[in-house]
Write a protein that binds this ligand. Structure first.
Ligand SMILES: C[S@@+](CC[C@H](N)C(=O)[O-])C[C@H]1O[C@@H](n2cnc3c(N)ncnc32)[C@H](O)[C@@H]1O
Length: 265
């Protein structure tokens, strides 16, 4: 039994989970046959998928260094995924050892693995909650224990918003989170898109998964930054957001936008 009352045998292994598909594409071991089959289907219709998820992860690392380098000491990472080294708190603490991180995911398997990795700490928490209920995230005692909403926060929504459909009102969700953040806070966001190659086949792989995928174009992704000012270079394909290494092969096809923005007063 986990701390949240989930039994290991209740973890759904009959349908692919986004967190476990992503883990498999990243070369991780925390996945089941059903996830591996979905990930292989994804890679067959989107041949750059493995490179794309690595590039998304590399974007997240550069973005975290940027926001911590800008002085932020608290990170709210929603849709954190299965622990993947280096994790957000490890990256952040290379720059500033006092950074506090609240991790949030709606997948019990993510929480179980993260609990085992993080243990009890006053500087990190792992919370089982759903982005579609942003008030529940903001009010969760284990978020409040780590995050002080009177001080700037970096909100990470990295490769999660495409798991919200229009019916989930993703713009309202992001606006609710934005309104809880003080000036000087940051939004770090990446999002799947079909702007650079036809990704309808990749999207279809998620039809059987526990969350479906909504690809969005540049204008739709940019709308999530309402109320924030994008830092240079604005919204970019993830390998081209402040690169610190030559772009990986097939970068021009990578279907993830990434951007970092600051909330001004
Ligand atoms: C593709 S992974 C991204 C992991 C990490 N942010 C990264 O980019 O490396 C997406 C994560 O979002 C989580 N997720 C999907 N929908 C969610 C929701 N409505 N609320 C909370 N987490 C969600 C999944 O369980 C998964 O762990």
């Amino acid at each position: 039994m986990t701390r949240d009352g989930f039994r290991a045998e209740e973890i759904d292994t009959s349908r692919p989970h986004p967190a476990r598909i992503y883990d498999y594409l990243l070369g991780g071991k925390d996945n089941y046959e059903v996830d591996r089959q979905a990930a292989e289907r994804l890679a067959s219709v989107a041949p750059e998928a493995r490179i794309g998820v690595q590039a998304n992860r590399a974007f997240m690392r550069r973005a975290v260094r940027h926001v911590v380098g800008s002085g932020v000491r608290q990170i709210l990472d929603i849709g954190t995924g299965l622990p993947t080294s280096p994790n957000v708190h490890e990256i952040a603490r290379e720059t500033a050892p006092d950074v506090r991180v609240a991790y949030v995911d709606n997948d019990p398997i993510v929480k179980t693995h993260a609990d085992a990795l993080l243990g009890d700490s006053s500087a990190t928490s792992i919370v089982l909650a759903d982005l579609r209920d942003p008030r529940a995230v903001l009010d969760h005692p284990d978020v409040r224990r780590v995050i002080d909403f009177d001080e700037p926060v970096a909100l990470l929504l990295v490769a999660i918003l495409h798991f919200l459909s229009e019916a989930d009102e993703p713009e309202r969700v992001v606006a609710t989170l934005r309104d809880a953040l003080p000036a000087g806070s940051f939004l770090v966001l990446s999002h799947a898109t079909g702007d650079f190659a036809d990704r309808s086949g990749a999207q279809a792989v998620y039809n059987d998964a526990t969350a479906t995928m909504s690809l969005r174009n540049r204008a739709e992704v940019e709308r999530f930054f309402d109320g924030f000012d994008l830092v240079e270079p604005g919204l970019a394909q993830v390998p081209f957001w402040r690169p610190d290494a030559p772009p990986p092969p097939r970068s021009a096809e990578i279907g993830f936008y990434g951007g970092v923005a600051r909330k001004n007063g």
